[in-house]
Ligand binder design. Structure first.
Ligand code: GRF
Length: 186
């Protein structure tokens, strides 16, 4: 199975996926990494792993690149742009995302990056977590595939919660991708 990973930032989830492909845990390869942000550190991770990378911002161009690389499954990993029709049509149910909260809490267009965790800390919730979901035309609205909980601790700053959630994201995402890949064959 060929994966196309879309990023905008540091790419720790991308790294976890690359590693899982290399160890054989995932029966897949990352065929292409696309960043919406030039110079994103995730592009450097791709370069170091010998994976092709591109900086693209238009969904028609992205689709062309994905098709060129025969991508089967599209994985968003810290990708900040809304996915639009050309991609959704070409990859129905085959675009995944991970969001660093328990959707529907702290999700949607206003919640990204540290803002998600700041909102959780401000609201005083006692648990947060991460959600893997399929992508549709709205931010964070597609079918939920997996969720995992982390505690919010007394005195947590948004940065503390962000780190605690990020730590569980990597395995959660890789495990969910593995299940989705298994189901692709059926
Ligand atoms: C993660 O928290 C992910 O849930 C969110 O953006 C962050 C990306 O982190 N969508 P990284 O670039 O994978 O390190």
């Amino acid at each position: 199975v060929k994966l196309g990973v879309l990023i905008s930032g540091g790419g720790t989830n991308l790294q976890a996926i690359i590693d899982a492909c290399q160890t054989g845990y995932l029966d897949a390869e990352v065929a292409l990494v696309i960043s919406s942000v030039p110079g994103a550190y995730g592009l450097e991770r791709a370069r170091q792993a010998g994976i092709e990378q591109a900086h693209l911002t238009d969904d028609t161009d992205i689709l062309e690149a994905l098709l060129d690389h025969e991508v089967d499954l599209v994985v968003l990993a810290g990708y900040l742009k809304l996915v639009t029709q050309p991609l959704l049509e070409a990859y129905p149910d085959r675009i995944l995302n991970i969001h660093p909260s328990l959707i529907p809490s702290f999700s949607g267009k206003d919640y990204y990056g540290l803002k998600v965790h700041q909102a959780a800390v401000d609201r005083g919730v006692k648990v947060s977590g991460a959600t893997v979901h399929r992508v549709n035309a709205e931010f964070d609205e597609g079918e939920i595939l997996a969720q995992e909980i982390v505690p919010v601790l007394e005195g947590d700053r948004a940065e503390d919660l962000q780190q605690r959630v990020l730590k569980i994201e990597h395995q959660l995402y890789v495990d969910t991708i593995k299940k989705v890949i298994q189901n692709l064959g059926e």
